[in-house]
Design a protein around this ligand. Structure first.
Ligand code: FMN
Length: 163
């Protein structure tokens, strides 16, 4: 099925969250930077996701941008709910401890962001969470996984430079 949203190439990111008692990971395609200074990003999460209320409770979250050799992690985190399974306990998810937030981050990803929740708004059938990036880590040797029209891609060849 072609939907308006499937016409946007998306990054594939894992949102991690942890409260005192629980931790979880979920896949988002709807993730984007929204401000340079201060650095703020947004992730859009449907209210029925287990992650949704955990982010509200924790007041912070992690975003790990998957590399193009990590599509299996997207599938697991994006098809199984933390309501049923502790995804972060599964061997596929190798994590590291973050410095500024309680949630762990996912290793071997292109980039990792530690975010403080600064605002959220219900927009249609999703909630948009805005997170101020407290710390970011990038691995320039990794290439990001891309989602387009329900299929995963690697980046194509470079054809120009943004002026
Ligand atoms: C590639 C991909 C992208 C997704 N993007 C989003 C998204 O942007 N927002 C959202 O709410 N759910 C998205 N999902 C669905 C959630 O990841 C999925 O429902 C997940 O199981 C929720 O986990 P949770 O219940 O443990 O929070 C996506 C799934 C996949 C596979």
């Amino acid at each position: 099925m072609t939907t308006y949203s499937s016409q946007f190439p998306d990054p594939v990111a894992l949102v991690t969250v942890a409260t005192e008692d629980e931790a979880n990971v979920m896949t988002v395609g709807w993730a984007s930077p929204v401000s340079h200074e201060p650095p703020i990003l947004m992730v859009s999460i449907a209210p029925e996701r287990y992650t949704h209320d955990l982010v509200l409770k924790a007041g912070e979250f992690g975003v790990s941008i998957l590399s193009d050799d990590q599509k299996e992690l997207s599938t697991i985190a994006g098809t199984v709910s933390g309501k049923d399974v502790n995804k972060l306990d599964q061997p596929e998810f190798e994590t590291i401890v973050a410095e500024k937030i309680r949630a762990p981050l996912i290793v071997d990803t292109r980039a990792m962001f530690e975010c403080k929740l600064i605002s959220h708004q219900t927009i249609g059938d999703h909630t948009v969470f805005f997170g101020e990036v407290l710390r970011s880590t990038t691995d320039e040797t990794k290439s990001p996984l891309v989602l387009f029209n329900r299929k995963y891609y690697t980046l194509g060849k470079e054809i120009g430079i943004y002026p």
